[in-house]
Design a protein around this ligand. Structure first.
Ligand code: ZN
Length: 183
């Protein structure tokens, strides 16, 4: 058959890239404790945003909108929600750190100028709690059990260094063995 000139040439077919594993069944997994903890923390964060909504409505609307999208995505096992669940709290934490530093500098300035602290609360406890929340979320999401839940393990080499294969993170690429797959 291979000598048949009418046989469709196989070279016309789109050659799969070397490491492309194609669509593979998603390994079943019940939600690990780390992800449940993240959902609780995101929930607390959303309630906090609601409470400050009157104080800064524009910021609260943005926070709640993004937070709800991440929350729903995390529940539905979307790797994109995992990715933004890693990025957004880190950005928010940086903003909180700037706020904490400004508060510390403000108090120190008051101490120097007046001989005693004008604001006895020092760094406001809410800021510290917020910072703890913002740091805990990416720490929990980076745990192995969380990564497995979002399909972030290479089916070929079992590596956990996975990057998005496309913008919406519906395909996956292994940084170690360069395999690609989707669920
Ligand atoms: Zn791999």
């Amino acid at each position: 058959m291979s000598d048949n000139p009418f046989h469709p040439p196989t070279t016309d077919a789109v050659p799969p890239s070397p490491g492309d594993l194609g669509p593979i069944p998603r390994p079943p997994s019940s939600m690990p404790g780390t992800v449940i903890a993240v959902l609780v923390l995101v929930g607390i964060y959303l309630v906090g945003s609601l409470l400050t909504a009157l104080h800064n409505p524009a910021r609260a609307v943005a926070e709640i909108g993004i937070g709800v999208l991440i929350f729903v995505g995390l529940v539905r096992r979307h790797a994109l929600a995992w990715q933004w669940g890693m990025i957004m709290p880190i950005l928010a934490a940086l903003s909180t750190v700037v706020g904490v530093l400004a508060a510390v500098v403000g108090v120190l300035t008051a101490v120097t100028a007046l001989g005693s602290a004008k604001d006895p609360s020092f760094v406001r406890p809410m800021m510290v709690l917020t910072l703890g929340l913002e740091i805990s979320i990416p720490v929990l999401l980076s745990r192995r059990r969380s990564r497995l839940f979002y399909g972030l393990q290479c089916p070929r080499c079992q590596g956990l260094k996975i990057k998005a294969g496309n913008f919406f993170f519906t395909s996956f690429k292994c940084r170690t063995c360069h395999s690609a797959w989707r669920y």
